[in-house]
Design a protein around this ligand. Structure first.
Ligand SMILES: C[S@@+](CC[C@H](N)C(=O)[O-])C[C@H]1O[C@@H](n2cnc3c(N)ncnc32)[C@H](O)[C@@H]1O
Length: 239
């Protein structure tokens, strides 16, 4: 129950801690995925797995949030959308009851992702989408120099969150895609961001010197597209 404890402790300050310009860039990217892939006119029922304080619960008409931390859910309840305490690995939902699912901001890094993906397949309707963002294997150390000299492979890291030690699994692109493909999904979209500059988690408002430049740089430098610390992906249930 590491994640539950950690996020219960972190929940009071979570929104402030993540109100930085670099996290803003990440949010913008997630929102682009929602706008591009979820057709609001169909009014699908959207499940937000690991909804946290409910940042994404405002962006579709019919949404349900699920999270393991009651502290985070207390904040998410402010969205007015139904929220339920549950684990991603055991979703309290009927088979094929959900239109699309969101899994943003590292949720799959900290749960049993094979089980969670199987559960997503079970609760989604045919052709339903999973929109996600996760920390990638390039995240190690967040330093480009480190990325160049470190073998690119999936690995686990221990992070201190809310004073708790938390195990984070960092994905390679292949591993993430294979996990979804092996559980009845196909890849609709794959991208990454934060090649030279990590998202800044501390409570600072705008960009610090250099941050915006480094984020701009990855758009200009050829070949950096898939080496970001954060992967953004969309998978479609096909069977
Ligand atoms: C970094 S926060 C992201 C929250 C939200 N998606 C966002 O974008 O702000 C990760 C969330 O995943 C939740 N979480 C971690 N492991 C989980 C699990 N096994 N099942 C459900 N939620 C989990 C945590 O409680 C936390 O709220």
């Amino acid at each position: 129950m590491g994640a539950r404890k950690a996020y219960n402790k972190m929940s009071p300050g979570y929104n402030d801690r993540h109100s930085t310009a670099t996290v803003g860039r990440m949010r913008a990217r997630e929102m682009r995925l929602i706008r591009e892939f979820i057709n609001q006119k169909d009014n699908p029922l959207v499940l937000d797995v690991g909804c946290g304080t409910g940042y994404h619960l405002h962006f579709a008409g019919s949404m349900i949030g699920i999270d393991i931390s009651e502290g985070m859910l207390e904040k998410a309840a402010g969205s007015g959308k139904p929220v339920v305490q549950a684990a991603a690995e055991a979703l309290p939902l009927k088979d094929e009851s959900i239109g699309h699912a969101l899994c943003f901001f590292a949720v799959l890094n900290m749960c049993d992702f094979h089980k969670a993906i199987r559960e997503l397949n079970r609760v989604l309707k045919w052709k339903g989408l999973v929109l996600l963002s996760v920390a990638s294997a390039w995240d190690r150390g967040y330093r480009f120099r480190h990325k160049l000299v470190t073998e690119h492979r999936p690995h686990d890291e221990e992070l201190g969150i809310g004073g708790e030690r938390l195990r984070m699994h960092l994905f390679t692109r292949k591993e993430l895609e294979d996990a979804f493909k092996g559980n009845g999904f196909k890849v609709e979209h794959f991208g990454s961001s934060f090649v030279f500059q990590k998202p800044e988690w501390k409570s600072v408002g705008g960009f610090r010197p250099g941050e915006a430049v480094k984020l701009l740089l990855e758009k200009i430098v050829p070949g950096t597209k898939h080496y970001g610390s954060v992967y953004f992906a969309v998978f479609r249930k096909v069977f």
